[in-house]
Design a protein around this ligand. Structure first.
Ligand code: COA
Length: 192
């Protein structure tokens, strides 16, 4: 994946590539949110992890970023880490998958939607991909509200092994194509 910016503006948030210094902020956001993350995020099964393990995780994300496989950003509202999101190069074809989670104390403020919109713009403008997708388990209807709100097309469903406790093992696939998104961005710029 070509150069994605390390910092993106996303409505009320800034998305920033995680840095070694962020380990404590990330830890407190995750630990505050564990009960809310565990049903849906496979990695939450390992929580709570200590600060050294958190730092090692960030180190790995930095390597993944440089390798072009995963671009993992922190969501920041001022000085507070309020979630995580990313662009993942794991789809077939010239596309990236958007992922997100939000701090349990910061839900329903539009953060996930703002982050996903900024990541889509970055993917199309900086990484020159043809499409982005958001994928979630069918039982995670709240996650599906994000691509629906952004005008993604619901492509369909695929069976997938359950990876987190609340999943039923059916992935819903939502896609946004490059031309559609950029045309929409252009229109918003001319009408605002
Ligand atoms: C899914 C998640 C990221 C949404 O974050 P969020 O910042 O609260 O989402 P937003 O505020 O941007 O809301 C997005 C939409 O979901 C709706 N929504 C959010 N929480 C909801 C809830 N508990 N019940 C019903 N609708 C909800 C919002 O109303 C909005 O829909 P709208 O635009 O049609 O009004 C968050 O719930 C989360 O972290 N869940 C656990 C981790 C997870 O499931 N990640 C995704 C894995 S695929």
């Amino acid at each position: 994946v070509a150069e994605l910016p390390e910092r993106l503006s996303a409505g009320p948030l800034v998305l920033r590539r995680w840095a070694a210094d962020d380990a404590e902020a990330l830890s407190s956001a995750v630990l505050d949110s564990v009960n809310h993350l565990r049903p849906w995020m496979p990695w939450a099964a390992a929580e709570p992890i200590g600060l050294p393990a958190r730092s090692a995780l960030i180190d790995q994300w930095l390597l993944d970023w440089d390798a072009g496989t995963d671009h993992i950003y922190g969501m920041w509202a001022g000085d507070a880490a309020v979630g995580g999101c990313g662009l993942h190069a794991r789809l077939r074809g010239n596309g990236l998958e958007i992922g997100y989670w939000v701090h349990a104390g910061r839900l329903r403020r539009g953060y996930a939607t703002a982050a996903a919109a900024a990541l889509a713009t970055a993917a199309f403008e900086a990484a020159h991909v043809d499409f982005v997708e958001i994928r979630h388990d069918r039982a995670n209807a709240v996650s599906g509200r994000v691509p629906a709100a952004l005008g993604f097309t619901r492509l369909g469903e695929e069976p997938r092994e359950r990876q987190a406790p609340a999943e039923i093992g059916v992935t819903v696939v939502w896609r946004m194509r490059r031309e559609t998104w950029l045309a929409r961005d252009r229109q918003q710029r001319t009408t605002s």
